[in-house]
Design a protein. Structure first.
Length: 211
């Protein structure tokens, strides 16, 4: 199979305006991925599925990621006058990364028996700009998994054929896989309460009675 660098270059040539970023991976697996811009997500997905050299016709897995606001530190080289001499020195520079939500798709070619190619698409933020294009029309296997991400992370997949909660009940207002999710203390709907849950429920009932 082609390298990710080659796939990135061919995407950019085939889909005008597409922005593709090569995402490194420092883990032992070293499994890198491609981050796509949301505006061209569907067009790139169609290219990956239909290109005769790739034929990525099967989406095996879709998962969500919650990126909180973070402060990043990086070393940069700057020119400074040291002892009257112009020198290049290293400094630590801090930047703020705004939070966002991300959907990650693992793609294989059943026809050519190759893969995976991992692609990522990010929302603008974690609040009101949390929309992404649904890739279910390209890979039908993504349907239930995008529903799960919508349910647990809160990404709204535009164009999804049946976007509704999958694990939590309709009317539930939160997204339990978000990193800032706060466990409720009212477990009215807990089907199998255990000791920790019962203790939280007792504290909640006492607060309700006191108010």
């Amino acid at each position: 199979m082609e390298s990710l660098e080659q796939i990135k270059a061919r995407i950019e040539a085939a889909v005008p305006g597409a922005r593709v970023e090569l995402v490194p991976n420092d883990s032992p697996s070293g499994q890198r991925s491609l981050r796509l811009d949301a505006a061209n997500g569907c067009a790139v997905a169609l290219f990956l599925r239909d290109d005769p050299q790739l034929r990525l016709d099967y989406c095996s897995n879709v998962t969500g990621v919650d990126w909180l606001d973070a402060e990043l530190s990086e070393k940069v080289k700057v020119k400074k006058i040291v002892g009257g001499v112009d020198k290049e020195v290293e400094e630590m520079r801090k930047t703020k990364r705004p939070g966002c939500l991300e959907a990650v798709y693992h793609l294989y070619s059943m026809a050519l028996k190759q893969g995976p190619v991992i692609v990522r698409v990010r929302t603008e933020n974690r609040a009101d700009k949390n929309h992404l294009p649904s890739l279910t029309p390209v890979w039908r296997a993504a349907e239930f998994q995008e529903r799960e991400i919508f349910d647990l992370y809160g990404i709204i997949f535009d164009g999804h054929p049946d976007l509704r909660r999958l694990l939590m009940w309709e009317g539930y207002r939160d997204h339990p896989m978000r990193k800032d999710y706060v466990d409720p203390d009212d477990y009215e709907y807990e089907p199998t309460p255990h000791d920790e849950v019962l203790e939280k429920a007792r504290r909640h009932a006492a607060q309700e009675a006191g108010s």
